[in-house]
Design a protein around this ligand. Structure first.
Ligand code: GDP
Length: 299
């Protein structure tokens, strides 16, 4: 049997020399413990703002509970992180709009295409009809890969080589309405926040989607690679500027030492985390649970 996803998340998040768990192996609660913890949180890419916040919050909890053992502090840290991350825990809701139009964006290699495949399965399993739109009209490989996922999930796909990405998106939303689909999932091309014209293209796709359906897009999801740590936070900020994000998928948390980035996001740019990716298989997409994540992170 495959190892459970929590275990993969745990071992993934532990892939750092400054693992947070080891901070609590001593016998005393002293300034050295807090210093080690600060280093470990920063190593995990929690960022300065969230690290400072967590340390203050933790010290307050230690005082309040009159904790005397490092093991108690560890449990309090899990509480502090769980509370910090709780606002990010929000389910992706489909069914209010018909169709629910979901745009998906990300930098190349973040795991966007894989996540769309997983998400399609998740939605189809829940009984929703899904129409995929290949708005990456430029890269043939991207369209082919999306077609593979569509095939695997037995859903329809709208794809037109070389067409304008916003035109394909418009057509897909119109087709989704005409065919009475539950969800239209728009796969946009991978792009970097530094590529100004491509970021503007994303803004344009969003605008044109609204022309096809005045209430759409209902969701704009950014896929970020959990391994990129603080860079992921920068991506959240940049893509939100261009396309107004409603949610995130954070991938590759089964093999990262930088899971602390979710703390940074919670503190500096809170956007709900709809799903986390914990592997390459179709079923390796989990809904985000703040407490479970905090437990896996602290170990
Ligand atoms: P895209 O360029 O953003 O569309 O990225 P892809 O979906 O092609 O994914 C890039 C690589 O990351 C592929 O090898 C995927 O199998 C892998 N990948 C995606 N999500 C995960 C995940 O959650 N865990 C792991 N371990 N690998 C992943």
């Amino acid at each position: 049997a495959r190892v459970g996803w929590m275990d993969r998340l745990k071992s993934g998040l532990k892939r750092t020399g400054g693992s947070i768990t080891t901070v609590f192996t001593g016998t005393q609660i002293d300034e050295a413990l807090y210093e080690d913890l600060e280093a470990a949180l920063l190593m995990a890419d929690s960022g300065v703002a969230a690290t400072d916040y967590l340390l203050q919050d933790l010290k307050r909890r230690v005082k309040e509970t009159r904790a005397t053992q490092p093991a108690q502090v560890k449990a309090l840290l899990q509480d502090a992180i769980a509370d910090l991350l709780a606002p990010l825990e929000r389910p992706l809701v489909v069914g209010v709009y018909h169709p629910t139009v979901i745009m998906v964006a990300g930098v190349n290699g973040a795991g966007k295409t894989t996540s769309i495949g997983k998400l399609t399965k998740h939605l189809a399993d829940a009984g929703a009809t899904v129409l995929l739109a290949a708005a990456d009209t430029f890269r043939a490989a991207a369209r082919e890969q999306l077609a593979v996922w569509a095939n695997r999930n037995q859903v329809e796909i709208i794809s037109q080589q070389g067409a304008d990405p916003s035109a394909v998106s418009f057509d897909a939303v119109a087709a989704g309405r005409a065919r009475d689909m539950d969800v239209v999932l728009v796969d946009t091309a991978g792009r970097l926040p530094t590529q100004k014209h491509l970021m503007e293209e994303l803004t344009k796709i969003r605008r044109v989607v609204t022309k096809a359906d005045v209430t759409a897009p209902h969701e704009v999801i950014l896929v970020i690679d959990g391994n990129t740590g603080q860079n992921g936070l920068a991506q959240v900020k940049a893509f939100d500027d261009s396309a107004k994000l409603t949610g995130l998928v954070v991938t590759k948390l089964d093999g990262t030492a930088k899971g602390g980035v979710l703390c940074a996001i919670a503190r500096e740019k809170p956007v709900p985390v709809y799903f986390i990716g914990v592997g390459e298989q179709l079923e390796d997409l989990q809904t985000f649970n703040a407490r479970e994540f905090a437990q896996a992170l602290v170990g």
